[in-house]
Design a protein around this ligand. Structure first.
Ligand code: SF4
Length: 479
């Protein structure tokens, strides 16, 4: 039996690429290290050494994989792409670890993908019927098969042809023998940035990975843009029909690292402003503001600043636990949450607490944290959440439970407060969240972000769900 340590939505992947640097493999390992928060199950790097593609793909953490003798040294060549994975589609078996690679008629192609294809099951069914033999259960492999079947001559054209057939969210990096390619879907759901280091080009999910290797941020890759980097420089293509921008607002709430600048905004600053909005919308008569570390810290700082209440570290986080723990015995199951968080009793005893966290998913961890704070002597616990209630699942590259398991889908505000056993409970409004980002919601008739997990307003039809999923599951029995 494994104990999950947190009750969060999890980003599925992070991607990184280098073109034109003699240490491309090692730089990519460092970049993936900075992107580790986007996926902790597996990591991989593919390089091109001038004659052939070299690949290292393993299950585990980046430091464990690429800290090993030989793994980084094998990755010769000036061009590389890499991937960290936390998977919902396909499980964490080695053959699902990215980057994926295939020899196409126009040359080799390696792909690393962050996002989720919303028509992957239907594409896979059709490809299998046409004779494709899938090596993995990952949706990314469908892109490779589509590219392999394209009648275009060159690999870049084949990749464009393939991407025209997929639906959903993708920010991907791809490597050929002569090119590094970065591309975002037309809605721009997932981030991808361009940087430069000593004349080499860098692609990364987030700017924190540029910082770690000393690269300069150049710009975001635009929604719907494909950048093709060669020894002659960079070419910007816009091969897909334009769509309204719908960047994932949850990147600001939780996914992205606080030191990243995402779509022109510093994530830490946005999180702090969300806390300020929360303090204005949902004040509480209390003695101090306590974050649920680490993800609740910036919003709690904002809440404290706007409310005038002192900020204190009343809960201490153990940074040396993974995402889950194999419990040694049933009798100590209830200790699970304490392995990650422990109350600072001296701080909490006799105090009225505002407890700030970034989100509530199933509510199970929140319930235990409130109980822990009370056991440590807090007289009142006012729980404040730095995102609106999460009522819907994500289909765009984020691990979410079915919506029936989301606390905010099952219960109204009072029901949730009761479940968590807090004295009061409040979430920042969607309007407050947008104000914190500096953008007004639906001002120009369309939202500027995807906020579907709070609103149910899905920018991209989840083709593989609902009627389509039922239809496919019937058909799946015959393919
Ligand atoms: Fe982000 Fe939209 Fe997914 Fe929510 S539904 S996590 S806002 S992409």
């Amino acid at each position: 039996m494994t104990i999950p340590f947190d009750d969060k939505l999890h980003e599925e992947c992070g991607v990184f690429g280098v073109f034109g640097h003699e240490d491309a493999g090692a730089l990519t390992a460092l970049g993936l290290h900075a992107l580790q928060h986007r996926g902790q199950e597996a990591a991989g790097i593919v390089t091109f050494d001038g004659g052939q593609f070299v690949s290292e793909r393993h299950v585990g953490l980046v430091g464990d994989i690429f800290g090993k003798e030989g793994h980084t040294q094998n990755l010769r060549g000036a061009n590389a792409i890499g991937h960290v994975r936390y998977s919902t589609t396909g499980g964490s078996i080695v053959r699902n670890v990215q980057p994926m690679f295939a020899d196409l008629s126009g040359g080799g192609l390696a792909i690393a993908h962050n996002g989720n294809l919303t028509n992957a099951r239907i594409l896979r069914r059709d490809l299998v019927r046409e004779g494709a033999i899938f090596q993995s259960t990952s949706d990314t492999e469908a892109i490779i098969h589509l590219a392999a079947r394209s009648h275009y001559e060159f690999v870049v054209e084949k990749l464009i042809d393939a991407l025209k057939k997929v639906e959903g969210a993708y920010s991907l990096v791809a490597l050929t023998s002569k090119k590094l390619i970065g591309v975002r879907d037309s809605y721009g759901v997932r981030p991808l940035v361009l940087g430069k280091l000593d004349g080499a080009w860098i692609l990364s999910s987030e700017t924190c990975a540029l910082d770690i290797i000393g690269a300069d941020f150049v710009r975001d890759v635009e929604p719907g843009e494909m950048v093709v980097i060669t020894v002659d420089g960079i070419e910007s293509l816009h091969p897909f029909p334009p769509k309204p921008r719908r960047f994932c607002v949850f990147e600001y709430v939780y996914f992205a690292r606080p030191d990243s600048v995402v779509e022109g905004k510093n994530v830490y600053e946005v999180r702090k402003r969300i806390g300020m909005e929360l303090a204005r919308e949902a004040p509480a008569a209390a003695d101090m503001v306590i974050p649920v570390p680490d993800s609740g810290v910036p919003a709690a700082l904002g809440y404290a600043a706007a409310s005038g209440l002192p900020f204190e570290l009343g809960i201490i986080r153990n940074h040396y636990v993974g995402r889950t723990f194999i419990e040694p015995s049933d009798r100590i199951r209830h200790l699970g949450v304490k392995l990650k968080h422990n109350a600072n009793r001296e701080m909490l005893e006799g105090k009225r607490i505002v407890l700030v966290d970034d989100s509530i998913v199933r509510g199970t961890t929140s319930q235990k944290i409130v109980e822990m704070v009370r056991d440590a002597g807090a007289t009142e616990v006012h729980f404040r959440i730095a995102s609106p209630p999460t009522t819907h699942s994500c289909f765009y590259g984020v691990d979410t439970p079915n919506k029936e398991d989301l606390l905010a889908h099952r219960l109204d505000l009072e029901g949730m407060r009761n479940f968590i056993k807090a004295d009061s409970l409040a979430f920042v409004s969607i309007g407050g969240l947008y104000r914190a980002t500096g953008e007004a919601r639906r001002n120009a008739g369309l939202p500027q972000f995807c906020d579907a997990c709070f609103s149910g307003d899905y920018p991209i039809e989840p083709t593989d769900t609902g009627e389509f999923r039922r239809q496919l599951s019937l058909l799946a029995e015959v393919v």
